[in-house]
Design a protein around this ligand. Structure first.
Ligand code: FAD
Length: 345
């Protein structure tokens, strides 16, 4: 087994608050690693409202969710955090030397002196199709994680979903060197949440015979010799039909799962981590909670509140990591030290 990564600070969650936590730790001279279940940074801003406007970020009268994420990435770049994306933190254990052993579902291990939980409303994980027996084929013939053409090259592919991701997966799968033998889009009715341009392209591909669309609700599956063969569908006319397949890729969107955060033994209230407002420490020494995941009297789930929390949590961490040092307040405008850390001076 690989040796764990040893670090002074680990941030769980690369949403806006987790990213700003990196910045504040950087100003304090603390390098950190960041883990997120999503394959990209930005949390809710990138996942739920990338193209929608935000009007209440101080000093930025207007930006989209994605623009805010881009600016935060630019702001943290001097501190070169190490990102571990597409991995969900599953376990936290206190070691005899008081450090925290943190493990992800991909088996990556960290030994960290301080931990910052910026897990928002939970880890964004793909919604699964609920059908008796289907989970047995997860990872071999059924995939909910991000689409990958090598799964279906030369095979009969069914893509379930009605959003942009589902339609784009179909369009990609019917062309190129790793094209599927056939591509079928499956959704319960002939109406889609995808952008009109994507729907137009999908209909065009169907009319050219490159793919097809089937409306229906899966009701059971047929297997043969341990292989998934077909899904039985109840179509909008109330009739049943069988849809043969080799591979099923579901693109049913993401849902946040609080999951492991709730099992780490930290004091919680209504599914949120209880913190003190002096430094946003949780009930466990060295573990801080910032952003939407925490609760305290007067808590508001706003990005700017999370930014304040991350700032005080970084001061809290520095007094734990460097107890002999005085944690002086310095200004980025005038402090040579902070400017050196920012790579300016
Ligand atoms: P999140 O953005 O939720 O990020 C948390 C990250 O942690 C996620 O990426 C998740 O995958 C990851 N994670 C969780 N658990 C794990 C785990 N175990 N392992 C690995 N990764 C994990 N706020 C404003 O201030 N102004 C607005 O205008 C505004 N508009 C909004 C509009 C919409 C539609 C929505 C839904 C929210 C809006 N908000 C707004 C709220 C704002 O988006 C949240 O307050 C903010 O995203 C919280 O940031 P966060 O970093 O705490 O958490």
């Amino acid at each position: 087994m690989d040796l764990p990564i040893e670090t002074e600070a680990l941030v769980i969650g690369a949403g806006p608050v987790g990213l700003f936590q990196v910045f504040q730790l950087g100003l304090q001279g603390i390098h950190c690693h960041v883990v997120d279940a999503l394959p990209h940074v930005g949390g809710q801003c990138a996942e739920l409202y990338a193209g929608k406007p935000i009007y209440d970020i101080p000093g930025i009268p207007f930006c989209t969710g994605q623009e805010l994420v881009d600016r935060l990435q630019q702001q943290i770049s001097p501190f070169k955090p190490t990102l571990h994306l597409g991995q969900q933190v599953s376990q936290i254990e206190r070691q005899a030397d008081q450090r925290l052993a943190v493990t992800t579902d991909s088996g990556q291990r960290f030994l960290t002196s301080t931990l910052f939980i910026a897990a928002g409303v939970g880890a964004f994980v793909p919604r699964r199709m609920v059908l008796d027996g289907l989970s047995a084929f997860e990872g071999t013939q059924v995939f909910a994680e991000h689409p990958a053409p090598e799964r279906w090259a030369g095979l009969h592919l069914v893509v379930a979903g009605d959003g942009d991701a589902a339609l784009q997966t179909c369009l990609n799968a019917c062309q190129g060197p790793q094209a599927a033998a056939s591509v079928t889009l499956l959704h319960r009715r002939d109406q889609f949440s995808a952008a009109p341009e994507s729907v137009e392209k999908m209909r065009q591909a169907c009319s050219e015979g490159r793919m097809r669309f089937v409306a229906g609700q899966p009701t059971r599956l047929r297997t043969e010799q341990g292989q998934l063969q077909a899904l039985e569908l109840l179509n909008p006319q109330g009739e049943t039909e069988w849809l043969n397949l080799d591979v099923l890729q579901t693109c049913l969107g993401l849902s946040p799962k609080l999951g492991p955060v709730a099992q780490w033994g930290l004091a919680m209230e209504r599914k949120q981590l209880v913190v003190n407002t002096e430094n946003f420490a949780t009930s466990e020494a060295g573990i801080f909670a910032v952003g939407d995941i925490n609760t305290y009297p007067g808590k508001k789930k706003l990005i700017l509140c999370g930014f304040h929390e991350a700032t005080l949590a970084a001061f809290g961490a520095v007094s734990l990591l460097r107890p002999a040092e005085k944690t002086l307040l310095q200004y980025t405008t005038t402090s040579t030290l902070l400017q050196q850390r920012l790579g300016i001076a």
